[in-house]
Write a protein that binds this ligand. Structure first.
Ligand SMILES: [Zn+2]
Length: 249
């Protein structure tokens, strides 16, 4: 058995994922924010064999991160999270190409980051940044997975901005929460962040593999990790949303 065959043997034993690692090796995913959600999520995508990961964050590892950002440890304090995540992924599988970026603060830096990507995972920790970055993902027609977590609650939604039909029906992230106030920062348990990271990575892999169940297309899932319960809603385009109007047909 070759090393590649052995590495992915258990993943390939799932009939839907039998040849996934060959497809994933040619797949490029951008992860914006490699903190509580993005760090573990990136590691899981690397484990699945995603060929290229582009990691964007300008934050450094601090002591208060370590209870939930399990990629990082005491030896990494003060170092940039993207460099530390790259180091951890290289130790897992040096064949995975990891490119690191600072914060994407303008459309030009985003365009450089986004070129040729198959998908973006938008995992920053403020709603204002998610709104701006989602607009840019939409302009570049990139399938975009958005997740956020606060206290015991998490949200996960896939916006397939590559499909005009999707946008016409389900809209954009701005349709969903443009009018909501910025949520207050709350405490969080490590497992809460880890569970939503894993759910995000799972959804991304199923989408990239072309095997995402129809009932999950165009859906928003809300998690309450204090009761291990989930609620699912269909996303619906907001008629007055200026964010996605020009992309909806
Ligand atoms: Zn919209």
């Amino acid at each position: 058995m070759s090393a590649a065959t052995e590495r992915y043997a258990r993943q390939a034993a799932l009939p839907e994922f039998a040849h996934s690692h060959e497809r994933f090796a040619r797949t490029r995913v951008g992860v914006i924010g490699v903190g509580g959600l993005g760090a573990l999520c990136s590691y899981l995508l690397a484990g699945a064999g995603i060929g290229e990961l582009r990691l964007s964050d300008n934050d450094e590892v601090s002591l208060s991160n370590l209870h939930r950002q399990v990629l990082y440890d005491l030896s990494m304090l003060g170092q940039t999270k993207t460099a530390c995540a790259k180091q951890r992924i290289a130790a897992l599988d040096p064949a995975i190409q990891v490119n690191t970026y600072g914060a994407l603060t303008d459309a030009a830096s985003f365009a450089n980051f986004a070129k040729g990507l198959n998908m973006v995972l938008l995992l920053t920790d403020t709603q204002s940044s998610r709104l701006t970055l989602s607009d840019w993902c939409l302009a570049h027609r990139l399938p975009t997975l958005i997740a956020c977590v606060s206290g015991y609650s998490g949200m996960l939604a896939l916006f397939n901005y590559a499909a005009p039909q999707f946008i016409a029906q389900h809209g954009c992230y701005r349709c969903l929460c443009a009018d909501n106030p910025e949520p207050a920062v709350q405490g969080i348990l490590g497992p809460t962040a880890a569970q939503l990271s894993a759910a995000t990575a799972q959804l991304a892999l199923q989408f990239l593999n072309g095997t995402l169940a129809d009932k999950l297309q165009g859906c928003l899932t809300l998690y309450d990790f204090s009761t291990q319960s989930t609620r699912r809603f269909k996303l619906k385009r907001a008629a007055g949303c200026g964010g996605c109007r020009e992309y909806a047909d």
